[in-house]
Design a protein around this ligand. Structure first.
Ligand SMILES: [Ca+2]
Ligand SMILES: [Ca+2]
Ligand SMILES: [Ca+2]
Length: 254
C-alpha cells in the first residue's frame, strides 16, 4: 500500500492502533494522543406527535464528531421501529445521491418498503463526489412514516446489526475506500395520538380549534386543501363544530 493512501487514515484514527509504512516495512503502533474523528448517525423527527393516519418525516443525519467537516461516500443505516404503531411509507435521499432499500443478503429488507420493523437504507453519494458530514449535521436521507395506532413515545432507532447473517450500520469514509468511520448512533421517538379535532396541532382541543372551524365555516374553496373539513364532505359546518366540542380537552395518547 502507498504511504499517501494511509496518511489520512492515521490522522483520522489517532487514539486507535494505526498502521504505517516505514522504509518498506509495515509496523503497528498505538497512537495515544487526541481523540479520533468519526461520523455519528442521528435520527431527527420533524414532529414530536403524529395523528393516526398522518405521515411525518425522519431524517438520517450524518454528524462530524470533530469541529471540521468529514467526507463520506456511502452509508448503510439499519432502522428499527415497531410496526404496531408506525408504518414505513417511503424513503429518498436528502443530499445529492441516492437512498434505496436494496435487496440485501441479510434478509433485512423483506419487502420494499420494508414493513416488519427493520429496514436497511443504503445512501450512496454521487460516484466520485463524496459529501461532507458537517459538525452541525448533514441530512443524508428522509424516511416517511405514518402513524398506525395511538401510543406514547414509540422509538425509532438505528440498529448496530440486524438480519441473519447479520448486516451492520456503516459509514464509509469519503477519502479512504472501504474504511468504516461510524461513530455513535442516536435514535428518536414519537407519540401517536388520535386527535383529528386538534386543528392547531398543539395537543389540545379547545377555543383555538373552535375559532378555526368558525373562521372557515361554509363550503371549502375548490382550489385549496380544506384541513378543517374533518368528514371530507367539502364543507366546514355543524359536523366539525360537534366534533371539536365532543373532543374538548387534552388529546388522548392511549
Ligand atoms: Ca425487515
Ligand atoms: Ca388545538
Ligand atoms: Ca365537513
Amino acid at each position: 500500500m502507498k504511504d499517501s493512501f494511509l496518511r489520512p487514515r492515521i490522522g483520522r484514527r489517532n487514539g486507535r492502533v494505526a498502521m504505517a509504512t516505514i522504509a518498506g516495512g509495515v509496523v503497528c503502533f498505538a497512537a495515544a494522543t487526541a481523540a479520533h474523528a468519526d461520523i455519528n448517525l442521528h435520527l431527527r423527527s420533524t414532529v414530536l406527535t403524529v395523528d393516526v393516519g398522518e405521515t411525518f418525516d425522519v431524517f438520517i443525519v450524518a454528524v462530524s464528531d470533530s469541529d471540521v467537516p468529514q467526507s463520506l461516500s456511502a452509508v448503510d443505516t439499519i432502522i428499527g421501529w415497531d410496526p404496531t404503531w408506525l408504518e414505513l411509507v417511503s424513503a429518498d435521499a436528502a443530499s445529492a445521491g441516492d437512498a434505496i432499500f436494496a435487496d440485501d443478503p441479510f434478509g433485512i429488507n423483506e419487502a420494499s418498503p420494508p414493513a416488519d420493523g427493520d429496514a436497511l437504507l443504503t445512501y450512496l453519494a454521487p460516484f466520485g463526489s463524496p459529501i461532507d458530514a458537517m459538525p452541525a449535521g448533514t441530512a443524508i436521507a428522509r424516511i416517511t412514516f405514518r402513524g398506525v395506532a395511538t401510543t406514547e413515545l414509540t422509538p425509532l432507532d438505528i440498529l448496530d446489526t440486524a438480519g441473519d447473517p447479520p448486516g451492520s450500520t456503516r459509514v464509509f469514509d469519503g477519502t479512504v475506500p472501504g474504511l468504516d468511520v461510524l461513530g455513535i448512533v442516536k435514535g428518536t421517538a414519537v407519540t401517536v395520538i388520535d386527535c383529528v379535532a386538534d386543528l392547531t396541532d398543539d395537543g389540545i382541543v379547545g377555543f383555538q380549534d373552535l375559532l378555526v372551524v368558525l373562521g372557515l365555516w361554509g363550503d371549502c374553496p375548490a382550489s385549496e386543501e380544506c384541513f378543517a373539513d374533518l368528514n371530507d364532505d367539502g364543507n366546514v359546518g355543524q359536523i366539525e363544530l360537534l366534533t371539536v366540542l365532543a373532543a374538548w380537552g387534552t388529546c388522548p395518547t392511549d
